[in-house]
Write a protein that binds this ligand. Structure first.
Ligand SMILES: [Zn+2]
Length: 493
């Protein structure tokens, strides 16, 4: 009668894949292969406590032995998996709603934290080298096919990528790195090397080890990065993912002073921030933070709208479209911000007008999402079905006219040729409830609904999408498709 106990690879926001190992700890290195986030319906064969007792705030990680589509069997950690079905045999009871496994409490946990378990006949490797010099690149299994749905002229045309995190997922604690190893942080060289001077005929001065740069005293209103990931955020030695991770994790809601901002590459993709954390200097990508203080000194606009949910949300996924498409990530034309169902969703600070609402007729309170109704994530049938809101579930589209926009947004629209009377239309999707009517004129920060899990969604989240138009006359969402732009044009986060 019960459903089988299965896992969905939910992963962490910053990585498209999750490592699969030969045993229940990160010391089983290198990984066997990597599995794409979004892979679903993986039979759970066994669950063991972390071999080395690795834990997060005292809660020991559990590892799931899974059967993968490539025929292999391997282990993945519980903070990276969303599970559902009858887990009674492993002490989980019946999990009726997909839940991040780390958040579940096992009623029995056999032999926690011992190192004597020899899992499934896998021979533990020799003692782990603290820092693998060059870990071999694991095999990446082809990601699941992302289906682009046919265009529906009168409807939203771009499917949301499924949100991959659950409301209370624990911090993404670096599944890629050996967790117990302290990695000395090397302060990256951020200045261009000095031109090589003609060598003077003197004995070379032995280089003294550079002192650790002291953290400068902070001026009042100094720009700060506030961490918006669900849990601790990983950091890197330099301003791109090509640099190694440091051992430094930044705490959710932690405030860190920003020392420097750099673009990732010539394509003007993400900015990276060099921040000071406990006297160390580390890099973090901009989409994992919000800003406080005077960011004008960093060249960032200061007048943007606040994020539509106050404080209690976390970053799941950002805008990823041409011309800055990162092909290693899912194409995505909005921001996904995770939050609990029922979290208030607020309109902009200068008012706006509701130009469209959609009530998802197939989304019920008990089973709001397509996934809960037996569809796979990204099922193309959903994107053709108005009863599912074409995948967006319950949504509201609000028009913000030129006079309601931040000055920096108006300047951006001008620079892109939208003209003086441009408007920005914002879709707030996957809502649990809608509190406004079509045509309604909104007051400042008026609540327009609540965060939910309706439509093509894995867990409660907001899909926030911005499209600019030359006209304040709403001509349909699909008709302003060409104006799609990163929500950062209008919103702080
Ligand atoms: Zn989305």
């Amino acid at each position: 009668m019960s459903n089988p106990f299965v896992a969905y690879v939910s992963g962490i926001p910053s990585r498209p894949t999750v490592k699969v190992r030969t045993g229940p700890s990160t010391t089983y290195d290198p990984p066997m292969f990597e599995i794409s986030v979004g892979t679903s319906n993986l039979p759970i064969l066994d669950v063991r406590a972390d071999d080395k007792g690795a834990n997060l705030q005292g809660k020991t990680y559990q590892w799931f032995r899974l059967q993968f589509p490539n025929g292999q069997v391997g282990w993945t950690r519980d903070d990276l998996l969303t599970v559902s079905g009858d887990g009674t045999a492993f002490g989980y009871g019946v999990v009726s709603t997909g839940t991040v496994a780390f958040n579940l409490i096992r009623s029995f946990v056999p032999n926690i934290t011992t190192t004597t378990i020899n899992p499934v006949g896998v021979v533990p490797p020799a003692p782990v080298a603290p820092i693998p010099a060059a870990p071999p690149a694991p095999t990446v299994i082809a990601p699941p096919v992302v289906v682009t749905p046919p265009t529906i002229p009168t409807a939203p045309t771009q499917p949301m990528a499924p949100v991959v995190m659950s409301p209370v997922t624990p911090p993404p604690t670096q599944p890629a790195a050996p967790t117990v190893v302290v990695v000395p942080v090397i302060i990256p060289v951020t200045t261009a090397p000095a031109p090589v001077a003609p060598v003077a005929p003197v004995a070379p001065v032995p280089a003294a080890p550079p002192p650790v740069a002291p953290v400068p005293a902070l001026p009042l209103n100094a720009p700060m990065a506030v961490i918006k990931t669900m849990g601790a955020a990983p950091t890197r030695l330099g301003p791109s993912t090509t640099f190694s991770r440091t051992g430094v994790l930044l705490n959710r809601h932690g405030r860190y002073s920003i020392l420097e901002v750099q673009r990732e590459n010539a394509n003007q993709r993400y900015r990276w921030l060099r921040v000071s954390a406990n006297g160390q200097s580390v890099w973090i990508r901009e989409d994992l933070v919000s800003y406080e203080g005077d960011t004008s000194v960093l060249g960032l606009p200061t007048d943007l709208y606040p994020a539509p949910m106050v404080e209690k949300y976390w970053w799941v996924r950002g805008y990823n479209m041409s011309p800055n498409l990162d092909t290693s990530l899912v194409q995505h034309d909005g921001w996904d911000l995770g939050a609990a169902t029922g979290e208030p969703m607020l309109a902009g600070p200068n008012g706006g007008t509701v130009v469209k609402i959609n009530i998802c007729s197939k989304c019920t309170a008990e089973k709001p999402s397509t996934l809960m109704n037996g569809y796979s994530v990204g099922d193309p049938a959903i994107f053709n079905d108005p009863a599912w809101g074409f995948g967006y579930g319950n949504y509201v589209i609000v028009r913000y006219t030129s006079d309601q926009l931040p000055v920096s947004t108006r300047q951006l629209l001008l620079s892109r040729g939208f003209g003086e009377t441009a408007a920005v239309y914002v879709m707030y999707a996957h809502l649990a409830a809608i509190a406004v009517r079509e045509g309604q004129v909104l007051t400042a920060n008026q609540q327009i609904g609540t965060c939910g899990n309706t439509g093509n969604s894995e867990a409660a989240h907001l899909h926030l999408e911005s499209r600019a138009s030359k006209s304040a006359q709403f001509i349909g969402w699909a008709n302003i498709r060409s104006g799609v732009m990163d929500a950062v044009a209008l919103f702080k986060r």
